[in-house]
Design a protein around this ligand. Structure first.
Ligand code: AHR
Length: 523
């Protein structure tokens, strides 16, 4: 075991209740920049599901919960700190049953409908298109609208885009103006269906491709401000299992696309469901066995991406079409006592580590993977935020996204290291994971995840191609793998500054067990 004692770390060592840390050496090469880590990789997903929208975002203008035009202020403030690049809405499975006209115009005149995708609950349609756009504007994000190609029509979808984006005084633009929004909205992304192989209509790949072409042709953005580099991107449905049949069909069609239709991305969905479907792992009160299984399972994301990328490279070696992971995250059993159709789960230190591993995988695939959406934003699955009436708590996953903000649009830098191994119950994991990047403000960034739930790791990092003048680091860890934040104890797992030294160009720090650390260096 190699260990170099640094005076600045003495106190930290003395405080650690576990054995002295092994050393893992990292080398960051700033002279070999890679792809841009697209800010859209840090996107979110807000489906009309459970309390994701209603209660989580929308409380209505007459609520006693502080709000701006019906949207909760506490949630907006928390999300602004994440610089959320895009939000996918209204689904998910819900998207292919959503009829947008139910959600525009005076709210007291909107029809009540049934959310047949999620628990058959009554949907007041109070949170519709204009409310979503208001939310997007309040948090400073970009809309990613999933259109209904399952139970809807091409005409309905085309008219929705016209309602949102027409600048000229068409009837639909006037209708939008009458709702208080004279200026057209900017729509960043349109999803052409959702999981069309399953809840979106159980289509075959060929059937989907034919339908997708029609929607791509007729669903047009009419906002003149969105021509050229600001154009709205169209995203086709991709697979939800590692086989490549679906991607083959979509990419083969794309290769032969004509002037009349096009796509800019193909999505894939991959959840971490450690014991397989139906999700059965506890989201709170679990042990190292479950932690290790979940991390092993989540690391499969890398192989899944490689498989799909190989197909895309065959048809699109220039990587014009992006791969978007527009649903990912941990899917555990619903928290006992909650409506199982609402997919409400706690969020622990395990989920934070799992999030950082996925974000690092996306960064390594940044030349092709240029967008991702964690499922989901609030009160659903691996959420950033949990709410209960007026109460709100930020989850460990929230803090990971906050710590990764500087990575948005940063340039990937290669980092080499021998990760070591952590083994438990016959399952082996890399002991550490790491990525490096050059941020848009010129700072050098290094992220280190210590997967080992029991032991700290002493990290030594050398930089080639740049000299760091100052360094700071922030870390997120919990007392146990199942540490959670609750309404009563919201600060159990929060990110904090951590000791780091810079000597002769070498960074040195202790990465606590089960931790996520971001080091930022000023050149
Ligand atoms: O995120 C929950 C659901 O998971 C989405 O609605 C669907 O697309 C996926 O199966």
């Amino acid at each position: 075991m190699k260990y170099r004692f640094l005076p600045g770390l003495a106190l930290l060592f003395a405080m650690l209740p576990v054995k002295a840390a092994d050393t893992i050496h990292l080398s960051v090469d700033a002279s070999k920049p890679g792809a841009k880590i697209n800010r859209n990789l840090f996107g979110q997903f807000a489906e009309n599901l459970g309390n994701g929208l209603y209660g989580g975002i929308w409380v209505g203008p007459n609520s006693s919960i502080p709000n701006t035009r019906g949207i909760r202020n506490d949630v907006v403030t928390a999300l602004r700190a994440l610089k959320v690049p895009n939000v996918r809405w209204p689904g998910g499975c819900f998207a292919d049953q959503y009829h947008w006209r139910n959600g525009v115009g005076p709210r007291d005149k909107r029809p009540a409908t049934v959310n047949t995708a999620w628990g058959d609950v009554i949907d007041t349609n109070a949170f519709g298109t204009d409310e979503f756009m208001d939310f997007i504007q309040q948090i400073g994000s970009t809309p990613y609208v999933s259109i209904n190609i399952g139970s809807g029509t091409t005409e309905e979808a085309a008219e929705w885009l016209e309602y949102m984006t027409a600048a000229a005084p068409t009837a639909l633009a006037k209708e939008r103006a009458a709702s208080g929004h004279a200026a057209p909205y900017k729509i960043g992304f349109v999803g052409l269906g959702n999981e069309s192989w399953d809840c979106g209509g159980a289509m075959t790949p060929d059937y989907y491709v034919s339908l997708m072409k029609v929607y791509s042709r007729f669903v047009q953005n009419m906002n003149p401000a969105q021509s050229g580099k600001d154009k709205m991107l169209k995203i086709a449905v991709g697979p939800g299992t590692p086989d490549t049949q679906w991607t083959e069909a979509v990419m083969q069609a794309w290769k032969k696309h004509t002037w009349s239709w096009d796509i800019d991305g193909v999505s894939l969905h991959w959840y971490t469901v450690p014991n397989g479907w139906p999700p059965s792992t506890n989201s709170a009160k679990f042990g190292v066995d479950d932690y290790v299984k979940a991390l092993k399972s989540t690391l499969f994301m890398d192989a899944f991406l490689r498989k799909q990328e190989a197909v895309m490279d065959k048809y699109d070696p220039e990587k014009k079409v992006m791969l978007t992971v527009d649903e990912w995250g941990a899917w555990h059993a619903p928290l006992p006592g909650t409506n199982p159709a609402f997919l409400f789960q706690q969020n622990s230190m395990r989920d934070a580590v799992l999030a950082s591993l996925n974000l690092n995988i996306f960064a390594r695939h940044a030349d092709r993977v240029r967008m991702a959406n964690i499922a989901q934003m609030i009160n659903v699955l691996q959420a950033m935020i949990l709410t209960d009436k007026e109460k709100m708590v930020l989850t460990p996953t929230y803090y990971v996204f906050k710590m990764y903000v500087p990575f948005q649009d940063a340039t990937f830098l290669p980092v080499t290291f021998d990760a070591g191994t952590y083994t438990h119950g016959g399952i082996s994991l890399p002991r550490v994971d790491a990525i490096a990047a050059k941020a848009v403000d010129g700072k050098m960034l290094l992220e280190i995840t210590n997967l080992d739930p029991e032991s700290p790791v002493h990290i030594e990092a050398d930089l080639t191609g740049v000299t760091a003048k100052s360094v700071r680091a922030e870390t997120l860890t919990g007392a146990a793998v199942d540490s959670v934040n609750t309404f009563a104890s919201p600060d159990v797992v929060v990110s904090k500054p951590v000791a780091v030294t810079l000597q002769n160009g070498r960074i040195s720090l202790i990465a606590a067990p089960r931790s996520v650390t971001v080091v930022s260096m000023k050149p």
